[in-house]
Design a protein around this ligand. Structure first.
Ligand code: ADP
Length: 396
């Protein structure tokens, strides 16, 4: 797997049960995945030599991020390296403009969009389609970096676009979708052509980054869910995806959906499947890229909520070890995953999944646990020693 982040770490974990060892291409020995597999190649994802070393003797080469340039992938594919997904499929997760054009050509629902080569085009697009609009870096954005909401075509917009273009950032612009919420649909597809879809989930973004996932998406009716799963499987088939693919979607007030973007790898919106589904997204990704029959995607509980542990603005004085201790004490049913990353502000350093049947209660437990792990604060005021032990001065 190219990349040594938490997605590779959790894929390695799933590989253990299959008797597989995941070799990773990592930037450093301290990367989350490099800490858990003995088979580490150190190098950069845009270094063809490092990728050849990674691929030698592997049954399949796959990715934990989209950051391998097509120029690096092409010679590997030409040399017969089994890349899953193929570069032809992966480009749709690397280049938002290529993806928008392809999905539009397939007649699938996408926002109005256009490529941008000069500041005046943004103003023209906004005048024609209506403001606000969303300006996006065509390549290289993640977690909301590379996305700008623009209210009008005034001088600030012109200056931003001119600066970005001068810095060599390829740009596109699209209509801001008036959405009621964000959804995600994950599927796996094998080279043999088998495909499997998990229940459609609701994702909550905070500051452009995923904070919480609820599976299945509350209130989504069965017909709409089946249509969205069918849409995701159709995209995987049309693009020839092998491995995992997540379709990020916006739900509109009329109950329809618009595709936001595609990811071709395990995805944050699928972490709940580790405990919440018969087959986790990580095990399924390995099955798919190794061309095994796919596993059941059935949920094992009525509701699963996953909350990300996001690095606090200020690192708490309490150690993570002690925070974990208290978290386990309060929530014996919480499934905690820590990625062994330093807690920089807003960085994804872990996640918590809680299963159950009452959605608000499950959500509350997952969020309390995740916020506690990040900040060493119980946001509901809970005290390990109970109210009686509390120093009354704490309340004043
Ligand atoms: P990234 O690749 O950084 O994840 P996205 O394209 O997914 O960027 O955008 C990040 C977030 O910005 C989305 O999750 C959504 O909340 C918001 N967003 C992106 N595009 C639009 C749009 N066309 N209309 C409304 N909101 C959008």
């Amino acid at each position: 797997m190219v990349g040594g982040g938490q997605l590779a770490r959790m894929t390695a974990q799933a590989g253990v049960a299959m008797g597989q060892t995941l070799r990773v291409l990592a930037a450093a020995r301290t990367d989350p995945a490099a800490r858990v597999t003995p088979d580490v190649v150190l190098g950069d994802p845009d270094d063809g030599g490092a990728l050849r070393e990674l691929a030698t003797g592997c049954s399949a080469v796959t990715f934990d991020h989209e950051g391998v340039p097509q120029e690096v992938l092409a010679p590997l594919a030409a040399a017969g390296v089994p890349l899953r997904p193929s570069p032809e499929a992966l480009v749709h997760a690397q280049d938002k403009l290529v993806m928008r054009r392809r999905l539009a050509a397939l007649g699938l629902p996408v926002p109005a969009f256009t490529g941008i080569t000069g500041p005046e085009q943004v103003a023209e697009f906004g005048a024609a389609q209506g403001w606000p609009v969303v300006l996006k870096a065509v390549r290289g954005g993640y977690d909301g970096r590379g996305v700008w909401f623009l209210r009008d075509g005034g001088p600030e917009t012109g200056a931003l676009v001119a600066d970005l273009l001068a810095a060599g950032t390829p740009l596109m612009v699209e209509s801001a979708v008036p959405m009621v919420r964000e959804l995600a649909a994950s599927v796996a597809r094998s080279p043999f052509g088998q495909a499997a879809a998990w229940p459609v989930v609701e994702t909550l973004q905070v500051d452009g980054q995923c904070a919480r996932v609820t599976a299945p998406a509350p209130g989504l009716d069965a017909d709409a869910a089946a249509r969205i799963q069918g849409l995701a499987i159709r995209i995987a088939e049309e693009l020839g995806v092998t491995g995992l693919m997540t379709v990020e979607l916006f739900e509109t007030a009329d109950g329809g959906v618009v595709v936001n973007e595609l990811a071709m790898r395990p995805h944050n919106s699928g972490h709940w499947t580790i405990e919440g589904s018969v087959t986790s997204q990580f095990a399924q990704h390995l099955r798919a890229v190794l061309d095994y029959p796919l596993g059941s995607t059935a949920p094992v509980a009525p509701v699963a909520v996953m909350a990300n542990v996001l690095g606090a603005a200020e690192e708490p004085a309490m150690s993570m070890d002690e925070r974990l201790h208290h978290c386990f004490a309060r929530f014996p049913d919480a499934h905690v995953h820590l990625y062994a990353k330093d807690g920089r502000p807003a960085r994804k350093i872990g996640h918590v999944t809680v299963l159950g049947s009452d959605e608000p209660a499950v959500r509350e437990r997952a969020e309390l646990a995740a916020t506690w792990l990040a900040t060493a604060t119980w946001t509901d005021g809970w005290s390990a020693h109970g109210p009686a032990d509390r120093d009354p001065r704490e309340d004043s």
